[in-house]
Design a protein around this ligand. Structure first.
Ligand code: PLP
Length: 384
C-alpha cells in the first residue's frame, strides 16, 4: 500500500496517483499487467512471494486497483469481481437459508430481478421499503424475527429516488443487520457510504469507476475486515467470479481520471436538468440536483459537491413520443449502461419486463463529458 495513505490525501490525488506505483525493476511509473495464473514455490515449498499463490485468490494486477478502491471508499479492504452483478451475488451467497433481507422498491432492474429469483430458490425472505423514505425500512422489518441485510441504492437507477444512508444505517444496525450500499451511480467522489456508517459498498465498476465503456467489472469494499468479510473472500475464492488481469488494469487506468470525469459529467447533468425542466415538451425531470426534486435536501447533505451524472426525464406524450425523441438524437447514442465518457440515452420501460414501475414516457440519460453546448443542442433539436 502507498506510503502516502497515512497522510489522508484528497480523492483527486488518490485516484491520479493510483496507489503510487513505482516499478522497482524498471523504474516504470505505470504497473505491468501480470498475466500469470500461478506462482512458483521455493525449494522449501514456500511461495516465492507470500501474496501470490494462484490467481483465483490474488493477482498483483487486481491488488493495486483494490487498494485504490479501498482508499477511495475509506474501507479496510476491497475485492474485484468479474461484474457488478457477480459482486452483488457474492453478498447474497454468504446469507444462510431462512435469512430476511430488506430491499428498496425501486432499484437497478438487474438486482431487483436477480434477487427475486435467487432469494426464492435459496429460501431467503425479501421485504421492500420505499426508496424515498428511509424510515420505511423499519416497517419493512416488522414481523421478521431477525433482519440480516438492508440494501440501499441512492440515487436509484433510473427513478433517481434518494435514500438517507445515515438513517438506513441507524435502522439497519439497530436490528443487527448488515447495511450494503450500491454506490455505482454517485461514485465515491460524491458519496462515501462507509463514512456514513454502512458496512459494505458495492460497485458496478463497469460504469464511472472505469468510465470508458470497455470493461465489465465489479467490486466490494468493506469497512472492516471482519468475519463477514472473511466469508466474502472465501466465497470469491470458491466460486471464482474474478476479472482478468487486463480488465483490472483497465479499471485502474480508468480510475486515474475518475474525479475529473465525474465532476465534468455532473456539471453537464446539472445544466441539462435545468434546461429540460423549463422545456415545454418535458413533463418531469428526475435529478436530485434540482431544488424541486423530493430528495434534494438529503442528497445535498450526503452527496459531496455534485449530484452525479445520471438522470431521467419524462417527455410530454406516450411511449412512442419518448422513443421518437430518442431516435431523433444525433450526438447522444441510444444504448444501455452509464458512467462512460459518452452520453447515452435509454428507454428503460422497453428493457425492463412488463411489471416495471418505470413510466412509458421516461428516458434515462447517462451524461458524459462532451461540451455542454453540443449536448443541449442535440437534446433541443430532438425535443422539437
Ligand atoms: N448496480 C447498478 C446501480 C447498475 O446500474 C448496474 C448495471 O447497470 C449494476 C449494479 C450491475 O453491474 P454490471 O453490469 O457490472 O454487472
Amino acid at each position: 500500500m502507498s506510503s502516502y495513505t497515512q497522510k489522508k490525501l484528497k480523492t483527486a490525488t488518490l485516484v491520479a496517483k493510483a496507489d503510487d506505483y513505482l516499478d522497482t525493476t524498471t523504474g516504470g511509473i505505470t504497473p505491468p499487467i501480470i498475466t500469470s495464473t500461478t506462482y512458483a514455490r521455493d525449494d522449501r515449498y514456500n511461495p516465492i512471494n507470500e501474496a501470490n499463490l494462484y490467481t483465483r485468490d490474488n493477482n498483483p494486477s487486481f491488488v493495486q486497483a483494490e487498494h485504490v478502491l479501498a482508499e477511495l471508499e475509506q474501507g479496510e479492504a476491497a475485492l474485484l469481481f468479474s461484474s457488478g452483478m457477480a459482486a452483488i451475488a457474492c453478498v447474497f451467497y454468504t446469507l444462510g437459508s431462512g435469512s430476511h433481507v430488506v430491499l428498496p422498491n425501486s432499484m437497478y432492474w438487474g438486482v431487483y430481478s436477480w434477487t427475486r429469483s435467487y432469494c426464492d430458490r435459496a429460501d431467503i425472505r425479501i421485504s421492500y421499503y420505499d426508496a424515498n423514505d428511509a424510515e420505511s425500512i423499519a416497517q419493512a422489518m416488522e414481523g421478521a424475527a431477525r433482519t440480516d441485510l438492508v440494501w440501499v441504492e441512492t440515487p436509484t437507477n433510473p427513478m433517481m429516488q434518494v435514500t438517507d444512508i445515515a438513517r438506513a444505517v441507524a435502522i439497519g444496525h439497530e436490528a443487527g443487520a448488515t447495511v450494503v450500499v450500491d454506490n455505482t451511480t454517485p461514485t465515491p467522489i460524491f458519496t462515501q457510504p462507509l463514512e456514513l456508517g454502512a458496512d459494505l459498498v458495492v460497485h458496478s465498476a463497469t460504469k464511472s469507476l472505469n468510465g470508458h465503456s470497455d470493461v465489465l467489472i465489479g467490486a466490494l469494499v468493506t469497512k472492516e475486515t471482519d468475519e463477514r468479510w472473511d466469508k466474502i473472500v472465501a466465497e470469491r475464492h470458491g466460486a471464482g467470479a474474478l476479472p482478468g488481469p487486463f480488465d483490472a488494469w483497465l479499471l485502474l487506468r480508468g480510475m486515474r481520471t475518475l474525479s475529473l470525469r465525474v465532476e465534468r459529467a455532473a456539471k453537464n447533468a446539472q445544466k441539462i436538468a435545468e434546461f429540460l425542466q423549463t422545456h415545454s415538451q418535458v413533463e418531469a425531470v428526475l435529478y436530485p440536483g434540482l431544488k424541486s426534486h423530493p430528495g434534494h435536501k438529503i442528497a445535498k447533505e450526503q452527496m459531496l459537491g455534485g449530484f452525479g451524472s445520471l438522470m431521467s426525464f419524462q417527455v410530454v406524450g406516450d411511449r412512442d413520443a419518448a422513443l421518437q425523441m430518442a431516435g431523433r438524437l444525433n450526438l447522444i447514442v441510444s444504448a444501455t449502461s452509464l458512467g462512460g465518457v459518452e452520453t447515452l440515452i435509454e428507454h428503460r420501460h422497453s428493457v425492463e419486463p412488463p411489471e416495471t414501475n418505470v413510466p412509458v414516457n421516461l428516458l434515462r440519460l447517462a451524461v458524459g463529458i462532451e461540451h455542454i453546448d453540443d449536448l443541449i443542442d442535440d437534446l433541443s433539436q430532438a425535443l422539437r
